[in-house]
Design a protein around this ligand. Sequence first.
Ligand code: F6P
Length: 547
Amino acid sequence: MSIDTTDLSLLERPEWTALAARFEETGTATLRDLFASDPDRGSELSAEGAGLFLDYSKNRLDRKTIGMLIALAEACGLKERTERMFTGEKINITEDRAVLHVALRAPRDAVIEVDGVNVVPAVHEVLDRMADFSEKIRSGAWTGHTGKRIRNVVNIGIGGSDLGPVMAYEALKPFSDRSMTFRFVSNVDGNDFAEKTRDLCPEETLFIISSKTFTTLETMTNAHTARDWSLAGLGGDDAAVAKHFVAVSTNAKGVGDFGIDTDNMFGFWDWVGGRYSMDSAIGLSTMLAIGPDHFRDLLAGFHEMDVHFRTAPLEENLPALLGLVGIWNRNFLGCDTVAVLPYDNELCRFSAYLQQLEMESNGKHATLGGDRVGWDTCPVIWGEPGTNGQHAFYQMIHQGTKPVPCDFICFCEPANPIGDHQDKLVSNVFAQAEALAFGKTEAEVKAEGVPDALLPHKEFDGNRPTNVIMAQKLDPRTLGRLVALYEHKVFTQGTIWGINSFDQWGVELGKVLAKRIIPQLSQSDPVTDHDSSTNQLINRYRTHRLG
Ligand code: F6P
């Protein structure tokens, strides 16, 4: 393993200490002050690129601070590291892998080499096979074992093999074939499989087993259950598997061992991280839902943002700016969470998707050089679509004791233009961002005739940081741009924090312990080899379980 050491710890960088001093000097300036002293602030602290508009002016920083954050990014080698990623260098040093999700959406004639081999032709070969297969399913040319058309598609996967497909399916439903049903089974909880398949006919159902490794406990358990369910409904003939099961994986042997013909496997590569894989063959369910042309639009949107991130100066670079503002809020303002609040119901799973993208990537405590970080890394990412969230948790965002930076996402054109819904929806974005920034002083509340006793309850501090991201409409291309925006934001922050955003060792320990516990749950003797709490829990379950 080669060690990608940085010569200086982040805290020792002069750009970092300058930012700390800047925070001391300006940290008490309010958004009211900042807007009053810079009338062009709204347009000055905004940027546009790859079809997205970002207004980051309602953050507690000014133009000078942005310049200093950009200087930090330069000192941390953001541009150089971006090039290293785009050119296939093995920057995932703990797994000795390239990080090339950008190759998944590179044009056919692009050349991106890993170990001297251009990976782009293989990417397009898989995309073409996916398109061919999708056309066959969508047209009815591919039939099930009993000759019936496939009407239901069930994706079985978890984490990156589920969250991207579900999120994209929900986001792009208006572009999907409404005569087909799409379901997503992820949880090892049997309820998930049972509820998602209870009304489906096995003769008309195709399962996509999506797993990069093809070893994941949840997915393999669900895959075996799906095979039993399918065969039970198809007369028990093993030959049926070929018509009702396809796999998406990097593990051809695992796929073959499971019983899926590798002709029915769509591959990808170890240089695609699970949480960066929705635009690889893991997106097969997306392609089946929206069709190959829309899927190619999705990839084109990703690619547009890749080009923007790689080429735009940092001052105008949306992912870099989003990342840098996030660093300011996390490391200088001390914000522990970030809310992502899409004002589009179709983005109902977007925050869940980003939770994995951001927290599995940047929730790390070791630097690239193997030291313990001396600064905070990824905040908690959470959120729900607006306006629903407004009637649930916004109270805390407005009057809680700690600022929660928010990303508001909205669109000018709705997928379903009905009456004045969209104006009402989007007006809430602008109103929330305005209210959070400027609040309402006690004097203003008092001037409305509010009794003194209620003043503390009805005043709003304001000064709460927000970004607004706007696009024309939520279509496949825009979704690609939006996801790539956050992918590269994560890369920007990971680069500054000096961590490896592309491994996930932190998920291993729990998996290993669960494997040890599974057989103990059905053993007849009491379990004694854990701590007293774990022994107690296991034994209580053991004596009360069914069977
Ligand atoms: O446990 C975490 C993880 O490894 C994720 O990184 C990944 O997206 C998920 O599990 C699923 O992995 P696989 O696609 O190999 O089944």
